[in-house]
Design a protein around this ligand. Structure first.
Ligand code: FAD
Ligand code: SF4
Length: 498
């Protein structure tokens, strides 16, 4: 064996440089299911099944392409860590070199760097923006706003451009994408797949070993191969993307997906590349099948947000996940793990998360994220929850969204102001409030929605920090205009909740 090439569970892309430059005649591919990876947080069973099944399918594809693959299945007697697997292969094969694509999280980068056998790390080039390119962009800037980064990425990638100008004349059509929920908006749902033999075997393993983890394994409908992921993408572009913009921020009971793509699960493990997803959306726009607000809104999530959060994660280093600027210390409520709650919005999003390992962005940001931030929950616990419960959760993308955007724990690197709201926003954008034990219109006393009380409590607690924020001055003025007795009652009401 000339070289050993490590392929991790989120690196299932045939075009990776380590594979492109490898030689099936002389090189050996190593893939390993190990307890350290299935257990560093209590992952949702669907997430474990997705990754293991996709790994096994990918290994089979590699073998079909002529590669020799040494595959470790999850086994009590097998290696417990990726490093352990590499040491075993090293001992058996005496390769000239071991190479790997740089992992997407500091935990694993550090583990490989500390491994007794030397592993050469090769850059992951599946992104529009390299880690170095992002550092150059960030250098010397006072504020790292996504919108400015995104415009550079539009220019560099050529996506949705008309010469030097943005297609349609504007860079960003967000203001057209805030329509409240209406059932008539719904056209179609993401494509579902029936498990094959390989997936069935994985499902049995996950059922046996991870049934204590939060989340339902069945039904399992995710695609686990590149072909299936491509079909899911084509289906989305054809049936859901045209309305994507209109429903982007809406939330409806029993409609978990609305017109969202459910492609993060495929993108994040490498079954789809960001380039091909954006190209598909742009082609549909150019063909006149998709309006600009939908195409731009969708492409911005991938070309803008996804690349931006990765840049932030690697720029800020391994300590980023420990950030806690607001010094929040409360424990995450049991309701996040399925405990009883009378708050319909929380119970709905948590139940959906348990059943599907999925929630769309506004559910994550403005329901579970908003509530944890208002309560003052320790961001490390919030981070662990998001990293565990979603099938698309990998630290490089999850942490900046949770620690930064959602919990403002990084002191405003990602979000210029905290994403907090009272019940008003939830009432406007969803139908959750109908039938809730609380009333979104009651601000105080019997039946008052907890969001209404906690919203003011949060703002008052952090007045010193946020009063000077030019986008928040107006809410502090509203608080100051309120009569003192009412202010006292709101704060006392919030105190009883927490
Ligand atoms: P769509 O709404 O259809 O969007 C299309 C694609 O854009 C997504 O597939 C995703 O790849 C990308 N995208 C959209 N928003 C973001 C974003 N803010 N950051 C990065 N990429 C984005 N996304 C993850 O992939 N993994 C996570 O672990 C994750 N954790 C999150 C935690 C919190 C607290 C919040 C607020 C957001 C998180 N997101 C995460 C971002 C976003 O919620 C998901 O990418 C999205 O819901 C995935 O569903 P979809 O494919 O249907 O997305
Ligand atoms: Fe959530 Fe309040 Fe609406 Fe109930 S009333 S669903 S708690 S926002």
């Amino acid at each position: 064996v000339r070289r050993v090439i490590l392929v991790l569970g989120d690196q299932l892309t045939p075009e990776l440089p380590v594979l492109r430059d490898g030689d099936p005649e002389q090189d050996l591919i190593v893939m390993a299911e190990v307890a350290d990876e299935t257990g560093y947080v209590p992952h949702h069973p669907k997430k474990i099944a997705l990754v293991l099944s996709a790994m096994r399918h990918f290994a089979q594809d590699l073998r079909d392409d002529g590669w020799t693959v040494r595959y470790f299945k999850l086994d009590e007697d097998g290696p417990k860590s990726i490093c352990g697997a590499l040491m075993q292969v090293h001992q058996d094969e005496h390769p000239e070199e071991i190479i790997a694509t740089r992992p997407g999280e500091w935990r694993l980068i550090e583990a490989l760097e500390a491994c007794p056998v030397t592993v050469r790390l090769v850059e992951d080039d599946r992104f529009f923006c390299s880690i170095d390119r992002f550092k150059t962009w960030a250098e010397g800037r006072k504020e790292l706003r996504m919108e400015w980064f995104y415009r550079e990425m539009r220019r560099e990638s050529g996506l949705l451009m008309q010469g030097k100008d943005p297609a349609g004349g504007q860079w960003n059509y967000d203001k057209d994408n805030r329509k409240p929920a209406q059932r008539s908006m719904l056209q179609a749902r993401p494509m579902e797949f029936t498990p094959d033999e390989i997936t069935d075997e994985v499902l049995t393993l996950v059922r046996e070993r991870f049934s204590d983890n939060f989340g339902s394994l069945d039904p399992f409908v995710f695609g686990t191969t590149r072909t299936q992921a491509r079909r899911a993408l084509t289906h989305f572009v054809k049936t859901q993307l045209p309305e994507f913009g209109d429903t982007q921020d809406a939330m409806l009971l029993d409609e978990p997906y609305l017109n969202h793509a459910l492609v993060s699960i495929y993108l994040n493990i490498g079954l789809l590349t960001p380039r091909e997803v954006c190209d598909a959306a742009e082609a549909a726009y150019r063909a006149g099948d998709v309006p600009i607000n939908s195409a731009e809104g969708f492409i911005r999530q991938i070309l803008g947000w996804r690349e931006y959060v990765r840049g932030i994660y690697f720029l800020k280093g391994p300590d980023y996940t420990g950030s806690n600027t607001l010094e929040h210390k409360r424990d995450l409520p049991a309701a996040y793990w399925g405990g009883d709650t009378d708050m319909r919005c929380i119970s709905e999003v948590v139940a959906q998360t348990r059943d599907l390992a999925y929630a769309h962005h506004i559910q994550r940001l403005m329901i579970t994220g908003n509530y944890a931030l208002l309560l003052g929950v320790d961001p490390a616990q919030v981070h662990e929850w998001y990293l565990s419960v979603y099938a698309d959760a990998f630290e490089w993308v999850e942490a900046p969204n949770t620690i930064g955007m959602s919990q403002w724990a990084d002191g405003g690197v990602v979000a210029s102001k905290p994403y907090v709201s009272s019940a008003n926003y939830i009432k406007k954008m969803s139908d959750y409030c109908a039938g809730c034990a609380y009333d979104p219109d009651v601000k105080l006393g019997e039946g008052a929605c907890p969001f209404n009380l906690l919203y003011w409590d949060f703002l008052v607690r952090h007045r010193d920090r946020f009063e000077g924020n030019r986008r928040m001055g107006v809410v502090y003025k509203a608080w100051d205009r309120m009569d003192e007795e009412k202010q006292r009652e709101i704060l006392a009401g919030a105190g009883k909740l927490t």
